[in-house]
Design a binder for this molecule. Structure first.
Ligand code: C5P
Length: 309
């Protein structure tokens, strides 16, 4: 049995609308998800049966069963017994607790990698179904690219690629936002405006499906995409993190197509039309804020997520 090395990309949300409650306790969402080429490296090495080991040098990444990559290996071993165990080494580039689905992407890499290592030949939808048992973002991380996501965020339709666009990502190293906290706080504060019946829910979902953001993506209209960025979770996260609002305002003042928080934050991104423009923005914001706690990256939109190296 062979070892595999994979790159596992981060994702950003170009659009995140919270529509209502679901019977399973999650939220009904309509999102546009986008892979970017900021990526972790995940190495998988076969070992003795039933054995799972995670190695990661990052001090805040758990190496045991709390790690989603560990859980992905455990799930695969439960579904497909009689294959090898696995030793997983993760080299983090994607910040954690950042709203960039880093943990979900690592789990997606383990599912895709074990499918290759064990020569299972699973289809994309079988891989995604396994991923959805681990978390709402994992199915998207398996396929990547640009996609409309509804339901819990795991019912996906692919959209045309936006590889011609770039982002500057900004995150304060010492800050992390808990995703359950963000959604629960949103429910407490804005639950009264949720869709109250199936008809309203479906019509709001349809409004996004047939709406201006999806059409701007089909037309590859970068200005419109920048103009139509939306993330409902900003309403609860930004008031708690004034530095994040300040960073977002800095981006906004520059020549960018648009700026928005990704997922449950606290990462903020600014959309640009070229790499040089993105680099210019990174330099300007880095000099203006000059905080040793602020990390800034330039990344390109990507049409893939998990790639063998
Ligand atoms: O599925 P995942 O573990 O990534 O989700 C983290 C948390 O985000 C959930 O426990 C839930 O509180 C919230 N969430 C939600 N509705 C979704 C996705 C996530 O309420 N569609």
């Amino acid at each position: 049995m062979q070892s595999y090395s994979l790159s596992a990309s981060a994702k950003i949300n170009l659009y995140l609308e919270i529509i209502g409650n679901r019977a399973d306790g999650y939220h009904e969402l309509a999102m546009v998800l986008q892979s970017v080429d900021l990526a972790d490296r995940v190495d998988l090495r076969p070992t003795v049966r039933d054995f799972i080991q995670v190695h990661c040098q990052h001090p805040e990444v758990p190496e045991g069963p709390r790690n989603l990559a560990y859980q992905a290996a455990a799930l695969m071993m439960q579904k497909f017994p009689n294959f090898s165990g696995v030793e997983i080494t993760i080299q983090k580039q994607i910040p954690i607790g950042a709203g960039l689905a880093g943990g979900s992407s690592n789990a997606a890499a383990v599912i895709v990698g074990l499918d290759l290592m064990w020569q299972l030949g699973l289809t994309q939808s079988e891989l995604q179904e396994l991923g959805s048992e681990l978390g709402a973002d994992v199915p998207f991380c398996i396929t990547g690219g640009t996609a409309l996501a509804v339901g819990r965020g795991d019912t996906l339709s692919s959209l045309p690629p936006l590889d011609h666009l770039y982002v500057v990502l900004g995150k304060y190293r010492s800050m992390a936002v808990s995703t359950p906290w963000a959604y629960q706080t949103f429910r407490k504060r804005f639950g009264h405006s949720y869709a109250q019946n199936v008809e309203t829910l479906e019509s709001r979902r349809e409004r996004v499906h047939a709406g201006p953001m999806v059409s701007a993506i089909f037309q590859r209209d970068a200005r419109q995409i920048g103009h139509l960025l939306r993330n409902d979770l900003e309403r609860v996260v930004l008031p708690e993190y004034p530095e994040v609002t300040q960073l977002r305002d800095r981006f906004q003042q520059l020549d960018v197509l648009g700026t928005m928080m990704s997922g449950s934050g606290p990462t903020v991104f600014a959309l640009t039309q070229s790499r040089s423009q993105a680099e210019q923005v990174r330099e300007t914001v880095g000099a203006a804020i000059a905080s040793p706690d602020l990390d800034l990256w330039v990344a390109q939109m990507s049409s893939t997520s998990i790639q063998p190296l």
